[in-house]
Design a binder for this molecule. Structure first.
Ligand code: AMP
Length: 211
């Protein structure tokens, strides 16, 4: 099964993808993670993307689409698209590129979360620089401040999780990404899930609609 996991920054796409990967052997394709890793490796793609990401802006469509096509081309199956598509242009390109490789999206899951909860999650989020484990200063703090429980790596605040970037990201979401709700509703493939609450209960809601 191939899924698009869709929702605002902070809606829990990453946490839910992590569970789907470990419990249902799915493959997570996170465009945000792909960009972060390109930045870490100082590749040309990373250099291109970094300026947009630091400001909280969307990376231009053609760059993102090209990057996703590389992944699709590699023969990935049973995947979760986490953070892609984020614009109508990306959604249209997705259809074309999947057709090209005889693939399709089976479900589009929209994680709906209140604005106050999004802000709380994003501003308190901390991430391990080394293994990418995600923490929250209130809900899921590290045992030792600043040190990852899993790998002892350095835990930091993403440069786009600052107040200034968060507001740009939420605005980009509402201007460019929210139109996808109607886009997928019209196609009849949108499954709306209440994304408020605990990670495990949200996971149950997702499993109920994809099983
Ligand atoms: P995320 O980790 O999904 O929150 O993504 C972090 C940042 O990566 C976003 O704020 C954008 O700058 C960039 N990004 C990730 N996915 C996309 C996409 N599909 N389209 C444009 N920019 C993206």
């Amino acid at each position: 099964m191939n899924i698009v996991l869709f929702g605002a920054p902070g809606s829990g796409k990453g946490s839910q993808s992590e569970l789907l990967v470990s419990r249902r052997k799915m493959t997570q394709v996170s465009t945000g993670d792909l960009f972060r890793s390109a930045i870490k490796n100082k590749s040309q793609l990373g250099i291109l993307a970094q300026g947009y990401m630091d400001k909280g802006q969307l990376v231009p469509d053609q760059i993102v689409i090209g990057m996703v096509e590389e992944v699709i081309k590699s023969g990935v199956v049973n995947f979760i698209l986490d953070g892609f598509p984020r614009t109508i242009t990306q959604a249209d390109s997705l259809v074309i590129m999947l057709e090209k490789y005889s693939l399709k999206v089976d479900k589009v899951i929209y994680l709906k979360v209140s604005d106050t909860e999004l802000l709380r999650r994003l501003s308190g989020r901390r991430v391990c620089k080394n293994c990418g484990a995600v923490y929250h200063i209130d809900n899921k703090p590290t045992k030792v401040i600043g040190i990852c429980d899993k790998c002892n790596g350095e835990v930091y605040q993403r440069s786009d999780d600052t107040e200034a970037s968060i507001s740009v990201r939420l605005e980009a979401y509402s201007n460019s990404t929210m139109p996808l709700i109607d886009y997928y509703k019209t196609k009849g493939s949108l499954l709306e899930i209440d994304g408020n609450g605990q990670v495990e209960e949200i996971y149950e809601r997702i499993v109920n609609v994809i099983s």
